[in-house]
Design a protein around this ligand. Structure first.
Ligand code: AMP
Length: 282
């Protein structure tokens, strides 16, 4: 596996692959890899000749007072893990490489797709995401890019951006990988205290029970939402940021649970903000 730190080196390396008509699969990450990330890389490995990943804790997607400085990092371990799943090229640029002095250009998806859910609680977050992902797409120029459904709004925003800006890249959403008790894997789970870790299971449990309610015929989104809120409030350390039932493509709130439905939530457990969701066709 090659480890490269500059845009010029990545371009050089991938030019060879493209000339040889090899397909390129790309997985952008912020590192501190876990099985959720690795599942994306494994899928990319199956479907492409060359697998590229990036590890970059992107400063522009963190707001003031968020965890940019404390975000967990372990480059040695990450590169070993990436190698075990057959990654060919790991791109790990320093911040200066992506945002040199005098940098002024941003990519932003406007409107309701970024205005609700995490976009509402984290203003500017998706502007940072669409900017860095466009830059990475321009550098790597992959055939396919893999994103976790764990960040459901991110998937919707990236799909919108790819449509709007005519990126010739297939966006492949991949399922959420969970711990045995249901907690969605996340690099931020390391922030949880032992008590918080126990309580965090309430997020996925509530979502699974909401799914059961829907499967037994409940169609009223407000009833399902109220049920989830009550459930999550039973955890002492839980502080709800949002719980919404929306159309999975448009991210617009729905009253009747019908079609491509996404139940998405963000909850603070102690100081740790966690997100989770469930998507279902009703
Ligand atoms: P991050 O490093 O948090 O920016 O995540 C990089 C990619 O891994 C994103 O596409 C995430 O959605 C995806 N990802 C993170 N956690 C999971 C998970 N538990 N299951 C599947 N994909 C995940």
């Amino acid at each position: 596996m090659k480890i490269l730190h500059t845009i010029a080196d990545v371009r050089d390396e991938l030019k060879k692959a493209r000339t040889a008509h090899k397909t390129i699969g790309f997985v952008p990450t912020m590192g501190y890899l876990h099985q959720g990330h690795l599942s994306l890389m494994e899928r990319a490995r199956q479907e492409n000749d060359v697998v590229v990943i990036s590890i970059f804790v992107n400063p522009t997607q963190f707001g003031q007072g968020e965890d940019l400085d404390s975000y967990p990092r372990d480059f040695e371990r990450d590169s070993q893990l990436a190698e075990t799943v057959g990654v060919d090229l790991l791109f790990a640029p320093p911040a200066q490489e992506m945002y040199p002095e005098g940098y002024t250009t941003y990519v932003e998806a406007e409107g309701s797709i970024t205005g609700l859910l995490c976009g509402r609680s984290r203003p500017g977050h998706f502007k940072g995401v669409t900017t860095i992902v466009s830059k990475l797409f321009n550098i790597v120029m992959p055939d396919r890019a893999y994103f976790g459904q764990k960040d459901a709004q991110q998937v919707a925003v990236i799909q919108q951006m790819v449509r709007d800006l005519d990126f010739d890249i297939d966006i492949i959403p991949c399922p959420i990988i969970r711990e045995e008790d249901g907690l969605a894997l996340s690099s931020r789970n390391t922030y949880l205290t032992p008590q918080g870790r126990k309580e965090a299971v309430v997020l996925s449990q509530s979502l699974f029970r909401a799914k059961e309610m829907i499967e037994s015929g409940e169609e009223d989104a407000s009833k399902i939402r109220a049920f989830i809120i009550e459930n999550i409030r039973s955890a002492k350390e839980a502080d709800i940021d949002y719980i919404e039932i929306v159309n999975a493509r448009t991210l617009q709130k729905i009253e009747k649970v019908q079609g491509d439905v996404l139940i998405a939530l963000a909850v603070k457990i102690g100081k740790t903000r966690l997100i989770d969701n469930i998507r279902m066709e009703v």
